[in-house]
Design a binder for this molecule. Structure first.
Ligand code: RIB
Ligand code: CA
Length: 314
C-alpha cells in the first residue's frame, strides 16, 4: 500500500494559495503536516489570518506558524491589486477556529520534518524566504526532504516585472539559496500555471457542486477574475499555486523537463528573473525539474474533487 506523501505548505494566501490548502486538506495522496506563512500577497499578519481562516473553511486542524515578514534582502512586498485589501477578498470567510502555533515557520518545519519517520515534501507557494532560512538553519534535515515543489519563476516572461515572477522577485536571494541547495526541486512557473485557468466552465462545474464551500470558492475566484482582467487583461485567472501540489499528488498532471535554473540577482532590469537553460547552452548541471505542460482536465478534476469532498463534510 502506498503511504500518502507527507507535505508542509508554505504560503501567502492569496486566492490561489487558498485553493492549495483545500486540495491539501482533501486529497488522500497527501498528508498535510502543517502550514507556514510568508508575507507576499499581503502582510504577514493578513496572509497568516487568511491561512487560519482557510483551515476553518476546510474544517482542518493542523499547526499553522507565522514566518518571515521581510525578504532576506530588501523590504516586504504585497499584491493588493491582485488579491485585494485583505489579500483574500471576495467572499465571507469564517473566523479562525484555533490559535496560531507559538513556533516560527522555520521551527515548525524543522519540528515536523525531524519528527516524521518518513521524508517530507515542502510545497512553497509564496516567496521562498522561510524555505531558504530553514535550509540554512537545518542542514542536518536536508536528507529528510523528498521534494521542494514550488510555484515560482517562469521559463518565459514575468508577471511582476517584465522578466520576474512575483514569488521569486519578492525574495531573489532566498530563491538563489533554494536553487543552489542540491535538493530535489520541481518548479511550476508561469509558463505552466497560466494553463490553469479558472474559466467560466470551470466555475460552472464548481457551482454545480452546490455546497456552501463551492459557492465560497466561486466567489473567491470571481474576485480573482476581476483583478486579473483589470491588471493583466486576462479574462480567466490563472490559479497558479495548486499546480505545485497537483504534481506531487499525480506526477502525470505535468510534463517535467530537467534543466539548469538560476536566478538573476544583480540585473538592473531583470532582478528576480529565473534563467531556465532548456537547451543546455550554459553547460550547467540540471538542478530543477521544470514543469512545462499541464494536463488541464486532470488538474481541475483534482481541485473540483477536493472542493466536493470538503463541501460534503460540512
Ligand atoms: O506569480 C504568482 C504567485 O504570486 C502566486 O503564488 C500568487 O499567489 C502570488 O503569490
Ligand atoms: Ca502564493
Amino acid at each position: 500500500m502506498t503511504l500518502p506523501t507527507r507535505i508542509i505548505l508554505d504560503c501567502d494566501p492569496g486566492h490561489d494559495d487558498a485553493m492549495t490548502i483545500l486540495l491539501a486538506a482533501a486529497n488522500p495522496a497527501v498528508e498535510l503536516l502543517g502550514i507556514t506563512t510568508v508575507s507576499g500577497n499581503g502582510s504577514l499578519e493578513k496572509v497568516t489570518y487568511n491561512a487560519l481562516r482557510m483551515c476553518a473553511v476546510a474544517n482542518i486542524l493542523v499547526p499553522v506558524a507565522k514566518g518571515a515578514n521581510d525578504p532576506i534582502a530588501g523590504k516586504a512586498s504585497a499584491a493588493p491589486s491582485i488579491h485585494g485589501a485583505t489579500a483574500l477578498d471576495g467572499a465571507e470567510l469564517p473566523e479562525p477556529t484555533f490559535e496560531l502555533s507559538p513556533l516560527t515557520a522555520v521551527e515548525l518545519i524543522a519540528k515536523l520534518v525531524s519528527e516524521s519517520d518518513r521524508k517530507v515534501t515542502l510545497i512553497p507557494t509564496g516567496p521562498l524566504t522561510n524555505i531558504a532560512m530553514f535550509l540554512q538553519a537545518h542542514p542536518e534535515l536536508h536528507s529528510k526532504i523528498e521534494h521542494i515543489s514550488f510555484m515560482g519563476g517562469s521559463t518565459e516572461r514575468g508577471n511582476w516585472t517584465p522578466y520576474a515572477e512575483f514569488n521569486i522577485w519578492a525574495d531573489p536571494e532566498a530563491a538563489d539559496i533554494v536553487l543552489r541547495s542540491g535538493l530535489p526541486l520541481i518548479m511550476s512557473g508561469l509558463n505552466i500555471t497560466h494553463q490553469a485557468l479558472a474559466t467560466p466552465e470551470v466555475l460552472d462545474r464548481i457551482s454545480a457542486l452546490n455546497t456552501d464551500l463551492a459557492h465560497t470558492v466561486v466567489d473567491l475566484m470571481k474576485f480573482f477574475a476581476t483583478t486579473y482582467q483589470d491588471v493583466f487583461n486576462m479574462p480567466d485567472p490563472p490559479v497558479h499555486d495548486p499546480v505545485a501540489l497537483a504534481i506531487i499528488i499525480d506526477m502525470s498532471v505535468a510534463k517535467l523537463i530537467s534543466a539548469p535554473v538560476s536566478v538573476e540577482l544583480t540585473g538592473e532590469l531583470t532582478r528576480g528573473a529565473t534563467v531556465v537553460d532548456l537547451y543546455g547552452t550554459t553547460g550547467q548541471v540540471a538542478n530543477v525539474d521544470v514543469a512545462m505542460e499541464l494536463d488541464v482536465d486532470k488538474f481541475w478534476n483534482l481541485l473540483i474533487e477536493a472542493i466536493d469532498t470538503l463541501g460534503k463534510r460540512q
